[in-house]
Design a protein around this ligand. Structure first.
Ligand SMILES: [Zn+2]
Ligand SMILES: [Zn+2]
Length: 386
């Protein structure tokens, strides 16, 4: 191995910026790209060298290592692991997958796409991951209070167990595509006013995957997945609110050809409650009391989300007074304590009275001589937030 200097290969200074390095690489790569210099063996060697240089200098971490340890650290076979971000597809088979990468942003871009009719991304068809699924579930406020495990039935595509998702009949294997030798791409030479142009297109025989199935799995017809209805236990946490989402990773549909599964999203709806309204972690309700209870005071029983509680009504309680029952609200879904219950007490004025009641009220009226006072405050009730 001869002593090389990657900076010299790219013709840049040691202090060159990432942008300058990229620009220099692109310029030279365009010049020496084997698709442009088909018969020039020297160009291909030069091109390989450019790629090797850019793979190191175009990557911040590798560049730092290179600057520190020098060339020896990056000779063939060495070079500390890590995915190279620069160039992938360079390898004897003739799949210059990054052809478009080099030209992108160079102005040549549009011309080349026009000829090839295909962009870099599309020439590499990867198997798509499985679709995400959405499942709507309705629970009661009581269930939201305690948290609950629900069994749900999810119809979905799952990885075929007979072929383990490969699509090839059990006992057989996928074969390397003989049309593209496994690269998934085929080269086509076209003539145009610019001269001879080589475009790289997706292999039609294998759909760009590089492999073909000779004996498809009979269970899944070679798709690698089958439709199944699966029962899944969903743990709904205590305190969950209406329209919350739960993401269950990997429980969506299986991907094609063994690609990863999608996720399952559970959308939780909490049924409106007969008594309580929820706002954040607090619960709100309303109760009526009699006129005598309000005047004289009383202890009443109030429903709570988990049962009942006593509420003391002090003597002289005004209508629409709000009482707070501390800690009787919903649990916080993140475990940060509990909300409160608020009870609005509305004093109900009787519309009819018995003879005796009327007599007593008249007696009371003579005793109290209450007079009306007039002032502002008509809209106060509307300003209350419930
Ligand atoms: Zn199968
Ligand atoms: Zn192929």
């Amino acid at each position: 191995m001869t002593k090389k200097d990657y900076y010299k290969t790219l013709g840049v200074d040691k202090n060159a910026s990432a942008e300058e390095i990229k620009r220099a690489y692109r310029k030279l790569a365009r010049k020496y790209h084997p698709d442009v210099n088909q018969d020039d063996k020297g160009a291909e060697a030069k091109f390989k060298e450019l790629n090797a240089a850019f793979e190191v200098l175009g990557n911040q971490q590798k560049k730092a290592q290179y600057d520190q340890f020098g060339h020896a650290a990056f000779q063939q076979g060495a070079g500390g692991g890590g995915g190279s971000q620069g160039f992938r597809g360079f390898g004897g088979g003739g799949g210059f997958s990054s052809f478009e990468d080099i030209f992108s942003g160079s102005g040549f871009d549009d011309i080349f796409s026009a000829f090839s009719g295909m962009r870099g991304e599309e020439t590499r068809r990867r198997s798509a991951p499985g679709a995400d699924l959405r499942y709507d579930i309705t629970i009661t406020l009581e269930e939201a209070y305690t948290g609950i495990t629900k069994k749900i039935q999810v119809p979905r595509f799952e990885k075929c167990s007979a072929c383990k998702g490969t699509g090839a009949k059990s006992g057989t294997a996928k074969k390397t595509c003989d049309k593209c030798n496994g690269s998934g791409q085929v080269r086509q030479i076209r003539r145009s006013f610019l001269g001879q142009i080589v475009t790289v297109g997706m292999c039609d025989k294998c759909g760009g995957r590089g492999t073909v199935i000779e004996t498809p799995c009979p269970e899944c017809s070679g798709n690698g997945r089958v439709k199944k209805t699966r029962t899944i236990d969903i743990d709904i946490p205590a305190g969950v609110d209406n329209d919350s989402h739960l993401r269950i990773a990997g429980e969506g549909e299986a991907g094609m050809n063994g690609a990863p599964s999608g996720d399952l999203y559970i959308v939780i709806h909490v049924k409106p409650h007969d008594i309580f309204e929820r706002y954040e972690n607090d619960l709100y309700c309303k109760t009526t009391i009699g006129i005598a209870q309000a005047i004289l005071g009383n202890e009443i029983e109030i429903p709570t989300i988990k049962g009942k509680a006593k509420l003391k009504i002090p003597a002289g309680t005004q209508s629409h007074t709000v009482f707070k029952l501390r800690g009787q609200g919903m649990p916080d879904v993140h475990g940060r304590g509990k909300g409160n219950q608020f009870v609005k007490v509305v004093v109900e004025i009787p519309k009819t009275l018995t003879k005796k009641q009327r007599q007593l009220m008249e007696e009371y009226a003579g005793e109290s001589q209450q007079k009306a006072t007039v002032g502002k405050g008509f809209f106060d009730k509307m300003k209350e937030y419930f």
